[in-house]
Design a protein around this ligand. Structure first.
Ligand code: ADP
Ligand code: MG
Length: 500
C-alpha cells in the first residue's frame, strides 16, 4: 500500500510546461529518491504534493483515497510536510521562531508561549548537536546564518511538522559531509518509525546511501522507478538523459571557429574560496558555458573575475597582458560586465527609477560623478528598446517592472557602454520564457559583435542551446570540456554526475 501517490499530475506556466506527467508513489517506512536534471520538474512535483502549486490535471491519493491538497494548510492537515529548495524562512526571525513558525504555540490563544516555543524548537536543534557550526543558536536571527546553517533550520522546520509524509527538495546542497551524515541518521530513525519520505539530491553517493527506491524524471515526465538495490549509477544516468541517439548536439552550430581566434581572456590556475586551479581561454565572439551541478564553483569564478571575490593564486591575462582585478570598479574599467540572476542582491537598485538603474555603469566607466539625466535618457532608451523592455517611462520605479523586465534593465546597462567580456551568472533565474528568449537573442548578437561571453546557467537546456563550448565544474574545478559535437545532454550529465 502506498502512503502517498501522485498520478499523472501536470502543470504549465503559460507556454512553459513545468511538469508534463508526474507519477510518484511513496510507501510508509521508505526513502524515495527523486532525481532528474535541472529544470526537469522535481520541485513542481513536490510543490503539488505540498499544496503550494495547484496541478492542471492528475490525482493525489493518500492511503489510496483521493484527496485535494488545498494550500499549505491543507497539506499540513493531511500530514504532509516539506523542505523547500528555495527555503521558506523569515530572515528577521530567530532560529527557534522559524522552526515553530507554521504553528506557533500560543498562550491564552493570543500571545506566543515563549517557553513552550523554546522547548519545542530545542528538540529539533538538539538533533544536529555538534554539527550546526559557529554562531548558531536558538536566538540567532536566521538572516545572520550561513547558507548551510539556514538549510539546517529549514530541515528542522520540516521535521517539526512531525508529518507522516515528509518531502525534502534538495536539502543537502549546502551541507558539509558531517551535517549530511547526521541528517541521514535522522532519516533512518524516521524510516524506522514508518514515515514516508521523498528525497531529492543530485549526488549519487547520497542516493545510494539513503534511498530505498528511485524515480527518475526527465523533461517533466517521470520515466521509471527502481529499487536502489536493483539499479546502479549508470542505469540511472541513462534514464535521466534518454538514449544517446535522441541526444544529438544542439543544431545551432557555433558561429565562431574558436580554435583559430586569439584568446581575449586567458585564465590560468585560478584558485580562491570555492574554486581551485581553474584554467581556460576565451576569444572574442565566443560564448563559453559553465556547466555542472549547482554550486560547484561556477558563480565563485565569475565573481572572482569581476573582482567581487578574492583570488588566492593564479593568473588572469587580458589581451596577453597580466591583469589584477581587485574590485568590480576596476573590472568594469578593464571592460568586464557582470549580470546575475540574483537581482535582489546584485542587480537592481530597489525603489529607484529605471533611468538610474540603467546608467550606473556609464558613470563608472566614464569616471563621471554626475551626468545630466537628459543626456543619459538618449542613451538609455535605445538600449531598453533593443531588449523589448516593457516600461511606462524612465522615471518609473524599477519595482514597477516584472522580473524579466527588471533583468532586461540590468542588461541594458551594459549596452550603453559595451563591455569586452560579459559574465552571466545564471542570468535568467525566475524570468519567463519570452524574456529568456529575448535575452539569449541579444547575448548571441553581442557575441557576434565581438563580446566574449561566459555563461553559467542552472538550466542545462539553456546552457546547451546557447554555449559554443562548455566547461563542466565539479567541486570547484573544471573536470571536463565539451566542444562541438560533444556538447550533448548525455555528455553534460555524465560529466556532472559521474564525478559527484
Ligand atoms: P527542477 O526542480 O527539476 O529543477 P522545476 O520544477 O523547478 O524543476 O521547474 C521545471 C520547469 O518549470 C523549469 O523550466 C522552470 O523554469 C519552470 N518553472 C518552474 N516554476 C515556474 C514558475 N513559477 N513560473 C514559470 N516557470 C516555472
Ligand atoms: Mg528544484
Amino acid at each position: 500500500m502506498s502512503k502517498l501517490k501522485l498520478g499523472g499530475v501536470s502543470k504549465a506556466y503559460g507556454a512553459t510546461v513545468a511538469l508534463r506527467r508526474g507519477d510518484l508513489e511513496v510507501a510508509a517506512g521508505e526513502v524515495h529518491v527523486l532525481i532528474g536534471s535541472n529544470g526537469s520538474g522535481k520541485s513542481t512535483l513536490c510543490k503539488i504534493a505540498a499544496g503550494t502549486v495547484r496541478p492542471d490535471s492528475g490525482e493525489i491519493l493518500l492511503d489510496d483515497k483521493p484527496v485535494v491538497v488545498s494550500g499549505p494548510r491543507g497539506a499540513k492537515a493531511l500530514g504532509i510536510g516539506i523542505f523547500y529548495q528555495e527555503l521558506s524562512l523569515a530572515a528577521h526571525r530567530t532560529v527557534e521562531e522559524n522552526i515553530c513558525l507554521p504553528d506557533l504555540p500560543l498562550k491564552a490563544g493570543l500571545f506566543i508561549d515563549r517557553s513552550e516555543l523554546t522547548a519545542r524548537a530545542a528538540r529539533y536543534i538538539a538533533l544536529f548537536d555538534g554539527v550546526t557550526g559557529e554562531g548558531f543558536a536558538a536566538e540567532t536571527p536566521v538572516g545572520e546564518l550561513r547558507p548551510d546553517q539556514r538549510q539546517l533550520v529549514e530541515i528542522m522546520k520540516a521535521l517539526a511538522t512531525e508529518a507522516p509524509i515528509l518531502i525534502f527538495d534538495e536539502p543537502t546542497s549546502a551541507l558539509d559531509s558531517a551535517q549530511v551524515e547526521r541528517f541521514f541518521d535522522i532519516l533512518r530513525n524516521l524510516k524506522a518509525i514508518g514515515r514516508a519520505m521523498v528525497f531529492i539530491s543530485h549526488r549519487m553517493d547520497e542516493i545510494f546511501a539513503i534511498g530505498d527506491r528511485v524515480t527518475v524524471i526527465r523533461e517533466g515526465e517521470t520515466v521509471g522507478t527502481s529499487r536502489i538495490s536493483e539499479t546502479d549509477q549508470s542505469a540511472i544516468i541513462h534514464l535521466m538523459v534518454g538514449s544517446r541517439e535522441d541526444l544529438a548536439p544542439p543544431a545551432v552550430a557555433p558561429a565562431a571557429s574558436t580554435t583559430a581566434a586569439p584568446s581575449l581572456l586567458s585564465v590560468r590556475g585560478l584558485s580562491g574560496q570555492g574554486f581551485a586551479e581553474v584554467s581556460f581561454d576565451i576569444a572574442r565572439g565566443e560564448i563559453l558555458g559553465f556547466g555542472g551541478l549547482h554550486g560547484q564553483g561556477q558563480s565563485a569564478v565569475l565573481r572572482a573575475l569581476f573582482g567581487a571575490r578574492q583570488v588566492s593564486s593564479g593568473e588572469i591575462r587580458l589581451n596577453g597582458e597580466s591583469r589584477k582585478v581587485s574590485s568590480p570598479r576596476e573590472a568594469i574599467r578593464q571592460g568586464f560586465a557582470y549580470v546575475s540572476g540574483d537581482r535582489g542582491r546584485d542587480g537592481v537598485i530597489q525603489g529607484r527609477p529605471i533611468l538610474e538603474n540603467v546608467t550606473p555603469i556609464h558613470y563608472l566607466r566614464k569616471g563621471l560623478l554626475l551626468a545630466r539625466p537628459a543626456a543619459l535618457a538618449t542613451k538609455a532608451t535605445p538600449a531598453l528598446e533593443a531588449l523589448r523592455t516593457k516600461y511606462a517611462g524612465l522615471s518609473a520605479p524599477i519595482n514597477s517592472l516584472s522580473g524579466g523586465n527588471q533583468q532586461k534593465v540590468v542588461i541594458a546597462r551594459w549596452l550603453i557602454n559595451r563591455p569586452d567580456i560579459l559574465l552571466l551568472d545564471d542570468p535568467t533565474k525566475g524570468i519567463d520564457l519570452a524574456a529568456k528568449s529575448d535575452l539569449f537573442t541579444l547575448v548571441r548578437k553581442l557575441a557576434d559583435e565581438g563580446v566574449a561571453i561566459v555563461l553559467y546557467s542552472s538550466e542545462d537546456a539553456e546552457l546547451l542551446n546557447n554555449s559554443d563550448r562548455i566547461l563542466v565544474f565539479n567541486g570547484g574545478s573544471v573536470t571536463r570540456e565539451l566542444k562541438g559535437a560533444e556538447r550533448t545532454r548525455y555528455n553534460l550529465y555524465h560529466a556532472a554526475y559521474e564525478a559527484a
